[in-house]
Design a protein around this ligand. Structure first.
Ligand code: GLN
Length: 306
């Protein structure tokens, strides 16, 4: 079949299934299967697609029509100009989260240490390491399956920068000490992974987190791509959506250097509550940032001392 005929077939099927961006999805899947680029549809619509590829394309369209996310079919998502491997065990990196990374960047100086709490695919930490020099990174997550994805991404993306990726530490106390040009991945329930005592010797310059922040009741109102196919543990922020912010703010101050900064991604209606949490806990210079849709998306503050 011709390239453009297959494209039109895909559009029709996806629109019938109620997919909002049917044209875009049909084109991206065709490019994925045929290893072509966005120009092909315009420049070579007459291109004949091999039978084998045609079969694979039809199969991809069927999956997408069942509301399986595009990125679960192609296995990748671009974020901060880098290609991240994704699967059903991690939240697919969102464009909104690039705002969080961009807010951290001006405060991240060469050689600093960064903790990414709830690292998921690793997209935040890996981007920060990619666009800085000699930093030391630690990424923590509850899910071992997510950490496998993060590790794979870090290895592939940061290879050229000679940043070493380490995981699977037995002695957590040893594992958490950040080392320059190294990323360490730790499994645990938030700061448990850091094995904090009352006072800890582990101190970071920057802590960043995009924790699960959707209120439990709101999850069922999301599109099936998210509600059914993305990991619930990466979405569910408890009854009021603030469960993880409360826990992270409380422990973050124990492992920030004096003047260290905490950055959060937040939901559109969480600016007041999260800013208040930071204020109550002793953070100063609290600022917020909106995303490109004009919605509050990032809150950050500086910790001076207890
Ligand atoms: N930090 C990861 C991301 O931004 C995962 C976030 C999450 O699981 N809630 O994609």
């Amino acid at each position: 079949m011709r390239y453009d005929e297959l494209f039109l077939y895909g559009v029709k099927q996806l629109e019938k299934a109620g997919i909002a961006e049917g044209k875009l999805n049909a084109r991206l899947l065709l490019e994925y299967v045929c290893k072509t680029d966005r120009n092909t549809l315009l420049a070579h619509p007459e291109l004949l697609v091999e039978k084998e590829q045609e079969k694979r394309y039809v199969n991809c369209i069927e999956q997408r029509a069942e509301r399986i996310p595009l990125q679960h079919i192609t296995g990748v998502q671009e974020f901060m100009g880098l290609e991240f491997y994704v699967n059903q065990n991690v939240l697919i990196p969102r464009q909104d989260t690039e705002i969080l990374v961009e807010e951290v960047m001006p405060h991240l100086h060469d050689g600093m240490s960064i903790l990414d709490m709830c690292t998921g695919s690793g997209c935040i930490l890996i981007s920060l390491m990619q666009y800085s020099n000699d930093c030391a990174g630690v990424g923590a997550d509850l899910s071992n399956e997510a950490l496998e994805v993060a590790e794979k991404n870090a290895q592939r993306i940061l290879k050229e920068k000679n940043i070493h990726v380490k995981s699977g530490f037995k002695d957590l106390k040893e594992a958490v000490f950040p080392v320059q040009n190294e990323i360490r991945f730790l499994q645990g329930d938030l700061f448990e992974a850091l094995d904090l005592g009352e006072k800890t010797a582990v101190k970071f310059d920057i802590i960043v987190s995009n924790p699960p922040y959707i209120s439990t009741d709101a999850i069922k109102t999301l599109e099936p791509e998210v509600a059914v196919h993305e990991p619930l543990t990466a979405l569910d922020g408890g009854q009021d959506g603030l469960y993880f912010y409360r826990r992270i703010v409380k422990d973050a101050k124990k492992c920030l250097v004096r003047g260290g900064m905490l950055f959060f991604e937040i939901g559109f209606d969480q600016k007041e509550a999260v800013s208040q949490l930071l204020k109550e806990t002793g953070f100063i210079d609290i600022e917020t940032k909106k995303d490109y849709a004009g919605l509050d998306r990032v809150v950050f503050g500086t910790f001076l001392e207890d």
